[in-house]
Write a protein that binds this ligand. Structure first.
Ligand SMILES: *Cc1c(COP(=O)(O)O)cnc(C)c1O
Length: 389
C-alpha cells in the first residue's frame, strides 16, 4: 500500500490503489494468479512455517484480493468482496439473513434482484415488502418487528427515480436494520453511500466499473469488519466467486473509471437535452435535467447525474423502430460500457415483472433506456434523430 495517500483525490486513487507495482517482479500490473490451490508444504516442515495467506482459491486468491481491497478503499468501506456476477454479489449480501427475517426493498430495484427476492428468498422464508422508497414515509410504514434490512437503488432502473439516501439510512439505523444499496449506476466516483450511512454497497461490476462490456462481475463492500465476516462466510460457503482473469479485467476497467464517466456523463447530459427538445419524444428521465422532480435530492448526495437515461416516444411502434434504426446504439441489455446501448425494458430487464405491475411503475411499451458510451456526442444525437424520424 506504499503509494496510497489519504489526501489523494479520487482520480489518483483509481491509479494508485496500492497494487500499482508487484512487489515480487516490479510489474505495473496485478499478476493474474491462475491457480486453484496453494502449496502448504512448508507448514509441515521442520521447523514448521507459519500458514500462508492463501490455501484454496475459492477461499481467497491474490488477484481477487487486489480487486476486493481496491473497491473497499474506493467506497470507503472496511471490507470488499468480489463475486462472479452482480446478482451473485447481491444474493450473497442477502444471504446473511435468515428465514423469518423481513426485508424492505425499493419496488423499482433491478429486475433480476426483484426476481431473486420474490422467488428464491421468499421460498426460503424471507418476508418481503416492496415500497416506493422515493417517499421515505413508505419505509417507516413498512417496518415490522422482524424487519432486518432495507434494500435500495438510486437512481432507479429504468425510470431514474431518486431516493433520499440519508433519510432512508437514518430510518434504517433507528430501526436497527442493515441498509444495503445497489450502487451500480453511480459507482463510488459519483456516489459513496457508506459515507451517507449505508452498511453494505453492492455492484454489478459488469457495468461502469468493468466499463468495456467484456466481463460479468459483482462486488460487495461493507462498513464494518463484523458485516464483512458475515459476507465472507457466504462468499466462501456458497462459492459464487469470480476467476482471477475476470478480477483483472475489472481492475483494469476501474483505472479509467473517472475519465470514462466524465465523458459519458457529459455526453448523456447533452443527449438528454436533445431528446427533451425532440418532437417525437414525449418524456425524458434523467437526474441531470432541471425538471427532474427529485433533482435537488440527487444533487445533495451525488456530484453528477451519471450516464444512463430513459425516454418515452408515446407510441410503441416508434420505440421499436428506434431500436431497429439506430446505427450507433446496440439494441441490447446491460449498461456502463464504452459502447452506447439502447435497451427495451419491457422485453429485456423488466420482462419478468408482471404487466399490471409494470404499468403501475410506469414501465410502458414505449420506454427506451440509453446507456451513453464514448462515441462522439454529435454523432449519437444525429443517429438518434434519424432513428426517431
Ligand atoms: C446489471 C445489474 C445487476 C446485475 O448484475 P449482473 O452482473 O448482470 O449479475 C444488478 N443491479 C443493477 C443496477 C444492474 O444494472
Amino acid at each position: 500500500m506504499k503509494s496510497v495517500q489519504n489526501g489523494d483525490s479520487f482520480g489518483t486513487r483509481l491509479i494508485h490503489n496500492g497494487y500499482e507495482s508487484d512487489p515480487a517482479t516490479g510489474a505495473l500490473g496485478v499478476p493474474v494468479v491462475q491457480t486453484s490451490t496453494f502449496n502448504q508444504g512448508p507448514v509441515f516442515g521442520d521447523p514448521p512455517a507459519a500458514a500462508g495467506e492463501f490455501d484454496y482459491a475459492r477461499s481467497g486468491n491474490p488477484t481477487r484480493k487486489a480487486l476486493e481491497e481496491t473497491i473497499a478503499a474506493l467506497e470507503g468501506g472496511a471490507k470488499g468482496y468480489a463475486f462472479g456476477s452482480g446478482i451473485a454479489a447481491i444474493s450473497s449480501a442477502l444471504g446473511i439473513f435468515s428465514a423469518g427475517d423481513h426485508i424492505i426493498a425499493a419496488e423499482d430495484i433491478y429486475g433480476g434482484s426483484r426476481r431473486m427476492l420474490n422467488t428464491f428468498y421468499r421460498r426460503w422464508g424471507l418476508e418481503l415488502s416492496a415500497v416506493d422508497a422515493s417517499n421515505t414515509e413508505n419505509i417507516r410504514r413498512a417496518l415490522r418487528p422482524n424487519t432486518k434490512a432495507l434494500f435500495l437503488e438510486t437512481p432507479s432502473n429504468p425510470l431514474l427515480k431518486i431516493t433520499d439516501l440519508k433519510a432512508c439510512f437514518a430510518i434504517a439505523k433507528e430501526a436497527g436494520l442493515v441498509s444495503i444499496i445497489d450502487n451500480t449506476f453511480q459507482t463510488p466516483y459519483l456516489q459513496r453511500p457508506l459515507e451517507l450511512g449505508a452498511d453494505i454497497v453492492v455492484h454489478s461490476a459488469t457495468k461502469f466499473l468493468g466499463g468495456h462490456s467484456d466481463v460479468i462481475s459483482g462486488l460487495a463492500v461493507c462498513a464494518t469488519e463484523e458485516l464483512g465476516q458475515r459476507i465472507y462466510a457466504v462468499q466462501n460457503g456458497f462459492g459464487a466467486v469470480p476467476g482471477p482473469w475476470d478480477c483483472w479485467l475489472v481492475l483494469r476497467g476501474i483505472k479509467t473509471l473517472k475519465i470514462r464517466m466524465d465523458a459519458q456523463q457529459a455526453s448523456a447530459q447533452k443527449i438528454a437535452a436533445a431528446l427533451k427538445a425532440h418532437p417525437k419524444v414525449s418524456a425524458v428521465y434523467y437526474p441531470g435535467l432541471a425538471d427532474h422532480p427529485l433533482k435537488a435530492v440527487h444533487d445533495a448526495q451525488s456530484p453528477g447525474p451519471g450516464a444512463v437515461l430513459s425516454f418515452k416516444t408515446g407510441d410503441t411502434g416508434a420505440a421499436l423502430r428506434f431500436l431497429a434504426k439506430t446505427r450507433l446504439a446496440a439494441a441490447a441489455v446491460s449498461l456502463g460500457g464504452v459502447e452506447t446501448i439502447a435497451s427495451y425494458p419491457v422485453r429485456m430487464s423488466h420482462a419478468s415483472v408482471p404487466v399490471e405491475e409494470r404499468r403501475r411503475l410506469g414501465i410502458t411499451d414505449d420506454l427506451i433506456r440509453i446507456s451513453v458510451g464514448l462515441e462522439d456526442t454529435g454523432d449519437l444525437i444525429a443517429d438518434f434523430d434519424r432513428a426517431l424520424s
